[in-house]
Write a protein that binds this ligand. Sequence first.
Ligand code: EPZ
Length: 422
Amino acid sequence: MDVFEIEGPVRLEGTITVSGSKNAALPIMAAAILAPGQSIIRQVPRLADIAVLRQLLASLGAKVERINGDVHIDTTVIDHPVGEYDIVRKMRAGICILGPLLARCGRAEVSMPGGCAIGDRPVDIHVRGLRELGAEIHLENGYIVATAPKGGLRGKQIFLGGPFGSTVLGTANVLSAAVLAQGRTVIESAACEPEIVDLAHFLNAMGARISGMGSPRLVIEGVSTLQPADYTVIGDRIEAGTFMVAASMTEGRVRLQNCQLDNMLAVVDYLEHIGARIEPTEDGCIVTREGDLIPADLTTQPYPGFPTDLQAQFMAMLALAEGNSVITEKIFPDRFMHVAELNRMAANIRKEGPSAIVAGVKELIAAPVMASDLRASAALVLAGCAARGKTLINRVYHIDRGYEHIEEKLNGVGAKIVREDV
Ligand code: EPZ
């Protein structure tokens, strides 16, 4: 079991190249199922979650390999349209094979994804959207069993909103199924996240006819077949945002490469309000911070609002601000596992329902802490870089799910992180 030992405080200075987006790569790799043949997906990060999806695709009958860093997916044969519990339980995003399998094979069985540290993770909207396209769907022994009508799925006007607004992977599933449905589909209240825009671009590269990407209204003209495609995924805006916070927290100066600022306007807006300076460059930006950290009131929302996946990291930074901040989590109301761990590092944070009240402190103090979910773990790494002393983070496998060599990237700009296998 790996742990991180992090010595602080440090000032981070230097250049980091942001990896390809995990949350774009996952639905895009799954969508390769839609076209028999070999697709090439480039700039796919080397992450545990990607490895699980590769295992899942192989279990369906596909051949998946990395050649010179790119992921080659041969979906000529998909003869076992079943997403096994043993694999899907490792990564709930495995649900993103449901729509593509149903559209390609006319039938799909995918294990119901479990919950996780950030709270309940229902898929009722995924099911509702696919039923609207004509699928018969029922639950059997913990599996979602979906069957398309004899003549195939049929396009329809679908409302895909839920109690927390749009759903990212729900949109991915319904979009991936609609591209091969007969006739026109309109998805209202679709997710606008850049990762869904990237998926739509990949599908159009395969011959799909999607318009409206980036807006809450997607229009899809169904086609009868798709072709494999060669596609490069976008940079990971959440990894980029994590490193922007790292530079701000440590009063450093970090240049980020392969980072698309126009996907991060809410993040940049809050960072500048809090006291960071973001200087755009040709393929990213330079992040610095002079002066005190200013408190902020943050509310997470679907894109283009402030992303829930950066909530924990911003909380670690606001723990050092001059005054009180209020962070309200509107996407995953239970996503506060990091509060107790940050308080172990002398932060002063109090949970109040769907919000956390962050009373700024002068300094964080190193302590042994426990990683819980992917982004909370990243927040603890940032806190360790800013804290006085040696922080020990247990269960860093959470971090490896979503950050490619995070300790190498941060050590490359002056962090002191040692990974130990204990
Ligand atoms: C995606 O998860 C991301 N994962 C998450 O990132 C991210 O936090 C989330 O979107 C929100 O932006 C991937 O893309 C692999 P949702 P997803 O469906 O699609 C509710 C990370 O750290 N909901 O947009 O599973 C749901 O409970 C991960 O990289 C329903 O009620 O999230 C939540 O409250 C963590 N019914 C809200 O919608 C449904 O059928 C948004 O969830 C589906 C979702």
